[in-house]
Design a protein around this ligand. Sequence first.
Ligand SMILES: Cc1ncc(COP(=O)(O)O)c(C=O)c1O
Length: 353
Amino acid sequence: MRSCRALIDTAALQHNFRLLRARAGAAKLVAVIKADAYGHGMHTLARTLTEADMLAVATIDEGLQLRQAGCRLPLLVLQGFKSAQELLQIGSQQLIPVVHASHQVELLRQSGMRLPQIWLKLQTGMHRLGLAAEAFSVAHAGLGQQADELVLMTHFACAEESDSSVTNAQIECFDAVCAGLAGSHSLANSAAMWSLPETRRDWVRPGIMLYGVSPFPQQSGVQLGLRPVMQLHSELIAIQHCRRGDRVGYGQRFVCARDTRIGVVAIGYGDGYPRHAADGTPVLVDGAPATLAGMPSMDMLTVDLGPDSKAQVGAVVELWGDGVAVETVARHAATIPYELLCQLTARVSILTQ
Ligand SMILES: Cc1ncc(COP(=O)(O)O)c(C=O)c1O
């Protein structure tokens, strides 16, 4: 078996869920578990998050997989449906669609179906999914007959930024268009529900913070009181005794500034570790700090253990988790933690603790 593994700590997940639940106040909580629960394993998370009011996935396929695995919680499909056939699946599997475009409104009208709940999405400035104001009002009038309950939603483009002017403009747009329209409201992702109480409304939709990770560039999840749910581990499979001036790895990027021990770790970009991580990215080897030394390759990466290290082949290496924040690795790789978590490949075993 390949030695790299993602250990999933369900107690940490429950801790984060409770923290977010408390922060949400009276709002209902939709736990966002799309993209295989941000790489953590959608089925395990769905089985653990039984106290969520609803789960959210991106696609019908994800929703159907959860239903087939026996998940009975309300399931929101964030991209909704794109054909009459998918709409039938929504109905038969009791999935809740987000309606974000006019072609979906038309498919619903043609079907004559009545659904228990429909989420209607307003485009307020992100220009990704969502109906523009006028189409939204028209859809609202029509869909009122086809749903027992409507939830009016939007999504923020910059909620994690300390300057909330874009978010405030989106809130103003939402409130202006939705004034007087029947339906409950859902605006907030993790960053908004955490830092902007006025966005909590009736339903909040946290994703990244459930996993113990901060959406804010200046703060880690741990600083916010969260616990990382994933520990990404591998092991040392070889050690090189290098001399000052020796060069390590493809492109010879790393040059040893002293005689040192270089550890070879069984994880690379073929497992999802970022190839663009810079020299100096932290790791822990049997609990001792070490740093990336050289460009990660497909199946391996190299770390500077230091001349006095006693680490041996077989030592456990933490790439991220309790000792190395995934937010820190993301910064060293010029990306965001969301991407690192989602891009782990099938070669990494996901083990639940
Ligand atoms: C519509 C919608 N709501 C909520 C979320 C959760 O966002 P976050 O993981 O930043 O909390 C997402 C994630 O991309 C989303 O697309």
